[in-house]
Design a protein around this ligand. Structure first.
Ligand code: ATP
Ligand code: MG
Length: 344
């Protein structure tokens, strides 16, 4: 794997506020890389810095072996598709996509060929002559994508590219983005605050919070082995129980003891992370509680129950066992289930 983009100790503050706090990341050639984090965590600022629209207070961005500090935005081999993709409303789809190539004064024939072939790739082959104000949200999104891709940047930076779309179109577009990335062979860096979207599309994900990178890993690693409580909480659904381990049990701060025989230093303070699928609802369960909400998904149902463990417990049941709010419940998990998470 070749490192295409090396972000090295990058910091940027706006009036004392650290929008980027010592960010280091390495992104590989042809990778589908996602940056995931809550609102205000610095995602857009990072993309803008990569595209050259934001100066750095310190640190370095090395693209394909070259420090880009002095390279202006229009000379960087990257293209940024903004959070609000601004199309030219009265131009046709074709002209919107051709715009950048015409500015580069490419020959007519080449422009026609590249734009036509790309419009077919994004599924807009028969819409070239429509004006963009006559398109649906999903179609506009595709025009914006085509416009960003047509100049064949080495890296395509996409800021919340699917946020304007409804759920169904969004899921289709997620698949399409993946397919497109394979087809055009461009490195994608996609910003999102939607973890399901990042998990379903990305090869690797950087989780950001308050300007810092909390963890960089594959979706599976993030889910199975979150590096700290923030990531455990942010990625997927979990019940995070805080306490200290002693002789095969976790002692919560309220004095309750629950099973945990995972290897860890006795007496150390930890968080035990249990995923919903780790916990069973069973008549033999030693932990009792009351159901406070249910979330039906179809194949299964997420149950939230108050069990006197300082925080509500979240677990999955099959669709034939869905309890009602207010029902008494009994749950259990094996001592070797879950993951020990420490504060980083
Ligand atoms: N030009 C600016 N001037 C002052 N503060 C700014 C500026 N741009 C961003 N910020 C601040 O920097 C922080 C990071 O902003 P950024 O836009 O990078 O967040 P984000 O992760 O993209 O959030 P969202 O998911 O809401 O788009 C925020 O606290 C924001 O208010
Ligand atoms: Mg943003």
């Amino acid at each position: 794997m070749t490192v295409l983009l090396d972000i090295h100790n990058v910091s940027k503050a706006f009036d004392q506020l650290a929008a980027l706090d010592n960010v280091s990341l390495q992104i590989h050639t042809n990778e589908f890389f996602a940056i995931l984090g809550p609102s205000g965590s610095g995602k857009t600022t990072l993309l803008r810095a990569l595209a050259g629209f934001e100066s750095l207070d310190s640190g370095q961005i090395v693209l394909d072996g070259q420090d880009v500090a002095d390279v202006p935005p229009n000379e960087r081999p990257v293209n940024l598709m903004f959070q609000s993709y601004a199309l030219f409303p009265h131009m046709t789809v074709f002209d919107n996509v051709a715009y950048g190539l015409r500015r580069e004064k490419r020959p007519q024939g080449e422009i026609a060929e590249r734009v036509t072939s790309l419009l077919a790739t994004v599924g807009l082959g028969d819409m070239a002559t429509r004006r963009t104000h006559q398109l649906s949200g999903g179609q506009k999104q595709r025009v914006a994508l085509a416009r960003a891709i047509v100049k064949r940047p080495k890296i395509l930076l996409l800021d919340e590219p699917l946020s304007a779309l409804d759920r169904k179109v969004r899921e289709d577009m997620q698949l399409e983005l993946k397919r497109l990335q394979h087809e055009v062979g461009i490195t994608f860096v996609v910003v999102t605050h939607d973890q399901e979207e990042a998990m379903s599309m990305a090869d690797r994900i950087a989780v950001m919070d308050q300007g810092r990178v909390e963890q960089v890993a594959t979706p599976v690693e993030l889910y199975k082995n979150p590096g700290n409580p923030f990531v455990a909480n942010f990625i997927g659904t979990s019940t995070l129980l805080r306490g200290h381990l002693s002789s095969g049990r976790l002692h919560l701060t309220n004095g309750v003891k629950v099973p945990c025989s995972l290897p860890s230093e006795d007496g150390a303070e930890i968080w035990l992370m249990l995923r919903p699928e780790d916990i069973s609802q069973t008549p033999a369960g030693a932990i009792t509680g009351t159901v406070i909400s249910t979330n039906f998904y179809g194949p299964n149902c997420l149950v939230v129950a108050e069990c006197g463990l300082e925080i509500p417990v979240k677990y999955l049941v099959g669709n034939s066992e869905v309890p009602r709010v207010g029902d008494a419940t009994k749950i259990s998990w094996a001592g070797d289930t879950g993951v020990v998470v420490r504060a980083s």
